[in-house]
Write a protein that binds this ligand. Structure first.
Ligand code: PMP
Length: 385
C-alpha cells in the first residue's frame, strides 16, 4: 500500500489534492494571459487573506520564508537604524541576525523559552531604544509561543515605530488583521497555513512600510531583494499586464492561486475558528496525557502547532516511534531545550480525523515507551464540544 503516513510537522504540511494538481499542470509562459490572470488574482487575494488594506502592496516571490524575512528587513532598514526584536524563540533570533546583517542596531526584549515579554516590558524597551522598527514573530515555531501582535503593533505605533510581523507560522491559521491592527509589514512562506508546497515568499507591505522604503537614502545591496525591482512586476500582474524582471515560479504561483481561492471560500474567520477548535482538541489531549507544553500559559499557546515536553522516562526517540505509528511529527528546535520536547503541526487543511489519528499514534507510541495515558477520549470530547 502507498505510504499513508500523515505529515503533521509545522511545515511543510499536507496539501490539498487540487492544489497539487494545479502544481502539476503543464508549465505556461510567465507571460501567458491565463497565467497573468492567475497571478493578478492571487495578488488581490493575498490582501484578503492578510486582511490588509487596499493601499497595501503584496509581493509574491520565489523563495522560502527566510527570503521573505530578508526582503522585509533589507527594504526598510538602512545601516544605523535602530530595531527592537520581541523575542519569543529561535526564529525571532534569526530576525535579529538578519537585522544586524543589514546594519541595524538591534535591541531585544526577551523572555525565557515558552514565555513572551509582557506588553509593559515591550513598552519600556520602546521608550529606551526608540527604534525605527519593531519585529515580532507571530508564532515562533521553535517554542509554539504566539505573541500578542495586536498589542505590540499598537505600542509600536504609539512610539512611531514600524511593525514587521514574521507570520510564517501564522498567516492563514492564526487571527491576523493586518490593517485593523496597524501591522506595517507581514510576511510568510507558502508551505504552512497557506497550504502550498514550499517555495514562495509572500509579503504584504502597508503604506508606512512602503513610505519607509521610498524614503531610503541608499540603494539596496541586493537586486533580487529590492522592492524597486519587484514593484513594477506586482503592479503589472495586478493590472493584468505582462512584465519581466526575474522568472516567477509559474507552477507554484498557480497552485498558490488555487489555494487562496479555497481559503477565501472557507472564509478567514471560519478558518481561524477551525484552527482554534483543532488546537483545543490537541490541548485537551496533552492535558489528559499529562504532557506539559513549552508555552507556559494558555493565551501564549499557538493554534497552528503544539510543543509538548516528553514525559518522564521518554526521550528523543519518541518522534521516530510516532512515525512508526503512521504520523510524522517534528523534534524540538529551541537550542537549550531541544532534546526535551517534540512538535506537532496542525494547520492548513487540518481536519478532526487528522487530530484523532495523530493523538492516537502519540498515545500508542507513548504507551510503548511506558507512559500509558488516554488522550483520545479528551480530544474526541473537545472536537464534539
Ligand atoms: N519564521 C518562522 C516563524 C518559521 O516557522 C519559519 C520556518 N519554520 C521561518 C521563519 C523560516 O521559513 P523557511 O524555512 O521557509 O525559510
Amino acid at each position: 500500500m502507498a505510504d499513508r503516513r500523515l505529515l503533521m510537522i509545522p511545515g511543510p504540511i499536507e496539501f490539498e489534492p487540487d492544489v497539487l494538481a494545479t502544481l502539476g499542470e503543464r508549465t505556461r509562459s510567465h507571460l501567458d494571459p491565463t497565467f497573468i490572470e492567475a497571478f493578478g488574482r492571487a495578488l488581490e487575494n493575498t490582501r484578503k487573506v492578510f486582511l490588509a488594506g487596499a493601499d497595501s502592496q503584496p509581493f509574491v516571490i520565489a523563495g522560502s520564508g527566510t527570503l521573505a524575512m530578508d526582503m522585509a528587513v533589507a527594504n526598510v532598514v538602512e545601516p544605523g537604524d535602530s530595531a527592537l526584536v520581541v523575542e519569543t524563540g529561535w526564529f525571532s533570533q534569526r530576525m535579529a541576525d538578519i537585522l544586524a546583517r543589514w546594519g541595524a542596531k538591534v535591541t531585544s526584549v526577551a523572555a525565557p523559552p515558552g514565555d513572551a515579554p509582557s506588553l509593559e516590558a515591550v513598552r519600556d524597551a520602546l521608550r529606551q531604544a526608540r527604534p525605527k522598527i519593531v519585529t515580532v514573530t507571530h508564532v515562533d515555531t521553535s517554542t509554539g509561543v504566539r505573541a500578542d501582535v495586536e498589542g505590540i503593533a499598537k505600542l509600536a505605533r504609539e512610539h512611531d515605530a514600524l511593525t514587521i510581523v514574521d507570520g510564517v507560522c501564522s498567516v492563514g491559521g492564526e487571527v491576523l488583521r493586518q490593517e485593523q491592527w496597524g501591522v506595517d509589514l507581514a510576511l510568510t512562506g507558502s508551505q504552512k497555513a497557506l497550504g502550498v508546497p514550499p517555495g514562495l515568499a509572500v509579503l504584504v507591505a502597508g503604506p508606512r512600510a512602503m513610505a519607509a522604503f521610498r524614503a531610503r537614502k541608499s540603494k539596496l545591496a541586493s537586486i533580487y531583494l529590492d522592492f524597486a525591482e519587484w514593484l513594477p512586476v506586482m503592479e503589472a500582474y495586478e493590472a493584468r499586464k505582462p512584465y519581466y524582471f526575474a522568472t516567477p515560479a509559474v507552477n507554484l504561483v498557480a497552485a498558490y492561486d488555487t489555494s487562496l481561492g479555497k481559503l477565501l471560500v472557507e472564509g478567514m474567520d471560519a478558518r481561524f475558528a477551525r484552527h482554534a477548535k483543532m488546537a483545543s482538541a490537541f490541548r485537551a489531549a496533552w492535558q489528559a496525557m499529562e504532557l506539559r507544553t513549552v508555552p507556559v500559559r494558555e493565551h501564549l499557546t499557538a493554534n497552528t502547532l503544539s510543543a509538548p515536553y516528553f514525559p518522564a522516562g521518554v526521550d528523543t526517540t519518541l518522534p521516530g516511534k510516532i512515525g512508526a505509528e503512521g504520523i510524522v511529527v517534528a523534534g524540538g528546535l529551541y537550542p537549550t531545550i531541544k532534546t526535551q520536547y517534540f512538535r506537532v503541526g496542525h494547520m492548513g487543511s487540518i481536519h478532526p480525523n487528522d487530530v484523532l489519528a495523530t493523538v492516537g499514534a502519540i498515545e500508542r507510541a507513548l504507551a510503548k515507551a511506558g507512559w500509558k495515558r488516554d488522550g483520545l477520549s479528551a480530544a474526541a470530547a473537545a472536537l464534539s464540544a
